[in-house]
Write a protein that binds this ligand. Sequence first.
Ligand code: SF4
Length: 195
Amino acid sequence: MNYEKLEKNLKANGFAVSHFKTGKEAAEYLNAKIDGKSVGIGGSMSIKELGLSDMLRSHNNVIWHWEGDNPKDAMQSDVYLLTPNGLSENGEIVNIDGTCNRISSALFGHPEVYYLVGSNKVKENYEEALWYAQNVVSPKNAMRLNRKTPCAVKGDKCYHCSSPESICCALSVIWRKPFGIEYCEFVVVDEELGF
Ligand code: SF4
């Protein structure tokens, strides 16, 4: 990961950026920064692995569909927390979604949005970030969700299926901080997080 290039391009596109050696340090930073707020969370193995929702829940109102909450309630939260499926060093943010709650919240409506980004998500250019999102992240998510899709058998690549159980309903590419979000920060970690 060329962090200097990533930081320069994200800042030029209107985003704040912070950088940590470990996921634990990044989780502690977010837990200290987000206090007394309603916090919506998008599906994210990185956030789950770090136990960040438990940390935040002790002093915030956390709304996470992975913990039984209604994803529609998360759309009204002060803060939204997610991970990108892929991120290019040029600053393109790539997400593929099924329900599309995560994509929606990344685009509009929350005063504050934070992306937690492991080094495995950062790729040299848009094509590599999209390839990673399509051929690594989506098949692994389809496997995790026990979907009846060709990719879920081996989790090896995207077969560009038209299965009714496909989790790939929309692709979003964000180039700059959307006007409808007041503050958006990338919390970049030198370790691999999630997939
Ligand atoms: S389009 Fe189908 S095969 Fe490709 S990753 Fe999505 S669910 Fe899997």
